[in-house]
Design a protein around this ligand. Structure first.
Ligand code: PMP
Length: 361
């Protein structure tokens, strides 16, 4: 069988070494005679897995002691609702930067629970998609929090700067960029991420929340989404997604063995540079995103002649380069190159792109 390089945006490829380990352990985990999916989440064995995963994530992201790490249900979107429920009252204003479809989705969900206000939107610079940093004056210091998505999975828009929010807690949806490069956790109030890109299987979400933001939830917040309840019960208020948690733990160990977040960041930069160079050096392909706002995780690109899209996708798939179809909102192509994607995979894609251009251009 041709080796497959999976460019899916999520659920995305996982490190092959992790999958092999899970396969080996599946039927007889830690000599228990059963799988990790079949043991009590409160038993000593699983509790050790849960604690180790948290310890490793804390080490990878240098999470300060005054932050709780929660492993919970509901993926990324659960927190579009959980954040306003936990951090605001119905009359409070929540501030939002809208740099693409996911941060837009967060605004509509917040509108059910508080008064969202958009203070920055995607604009154009030199004819390309660009996200402008809001000025400090635009950030109302009475707001409950400021929500943004530093890496937009669908649109491929990303930015490095942090809003100058003063005392207003920053809330970041890092579903598609968590663990891709070092960040300073102490600058954030809440970081959340659906797992299915850089962490593990879908359904699980990871939340990193500063202590002082706990205990403020609206009174009708479902307990399962109450960050305080989850922190107090060490994410075991109910039965957590145990297999996903275990697999996340294997991914964290893999990343530590790879040299941690700083090392993977270099790798990610190299992969992204390889792909963007190929796009920029050709008139056959183009990127709609300003170079200052390009994601290193999700790389949408267009063919100058969209009537060739289907042929491109079919021929790419024949060479084992799969899941390159762009999101239906954007069209064209999108290569998601999360932590688990090798440089070899990206080079193979670039070779194919050049070859396709030679044949069709
Ligand atoms: N936010 C971002 C940035 C995402 O990429 C996604 C999923 N692709 C979500 C939120 C929603 O995640 P989920 O489907 O796990 O709810």
């Amino acid at each position: 069988m041709t080796q497959v390089f999976n460019f899916s945006a999520g659920p995305a490829m996982l490190p092959p070494a992790v999958l092999r380990q899970a396969q080996q352990e599946l039927l007889n985990w830690q000599n228990s005679g059963c799988s990790v999916m079949e043991v009590s989440h409160r038993g000593d064995e699983f509790m050790a897995v849960a604690e180790q995963a948290e310890t490793d994530l804390r080490q990878l992201m240098q999470v300060p002691d005054n932050y709780h790490v929660l492993f919970t249900h509901g993926g990324g979107r659960a927190h579009f609702a959980a954040v306003p429920l936990n951090l605001s009252k119905p009359e409070d204003t929540s501030l939002h930067l809208v740099s693409g479809s996911w941060s837009k989705g967060a605004v509509s969900e917040a509108g059910k629970f508080n008064q969202p206000k958009v203070i920055g939107e995607l604009t154009q610079k030199d004819g390309l998609d660009f996200m402008q940093q809001p000025s400090a004056e635009e950030i109302d210091q009475d707001a409950a929090y400021l929500h943004f998505c530093p890496n937009e999975t669908v649109d491929g828009v990303a930015f490095d700067w942090l809003p100058q929010a003063g005392e207003v807690p920053l809330v970041a949806d890092m579903s598609s960029c968590i663990l891709s490069k070092p960040i300073d956790v102490s600058r954030y109030g809440v970081i959340y991420a659906g797992a299915q890109k850089n962490i593990g299987p879908s359904g699980l979400s990871v939340v990193i929340v500063r202590d002082d933001l706990l205990g403020r939830a609206q009174k009708y917040t479902p307990s399962i989404f109450d960050y305080n309840e989850l922190a107090t019960t060490r994410s075991m208020y109910n039965t957590p997604p145990t297999f996903s948690w275990y697999l996340a733990g294997l991914v964290f160990k893999w990343l530590l063995n790879e040299g941690g977040v700083a090392a993977i960041a270099k790798h990610n930069e190299a992969k992204a540079a390889c792909l963007y160079n190929a796009i920029d050096q050709s008139d056959f392909y183009r990127s709609q995103i300003h170079p200052e706002c390009r994601s290193i995780m999700n790389v949408p690109f267009q063919l100058s002649d969209p009537s060739l899209d289907d042929l491109f996708l079919t021929q790419a798939a024949e060479q084992g380069l799969v899941a390159l179809k762009g999101h239906r909102f954007v069209g064209g192509m999108r290569a998601s190159i999360y932590n688990a994607m090798s440089l070899e995979g990206v080079k193979r894609l670039v070779e194919f792109m050049r070859d396709f251009e030679r044949r069709q251009g």
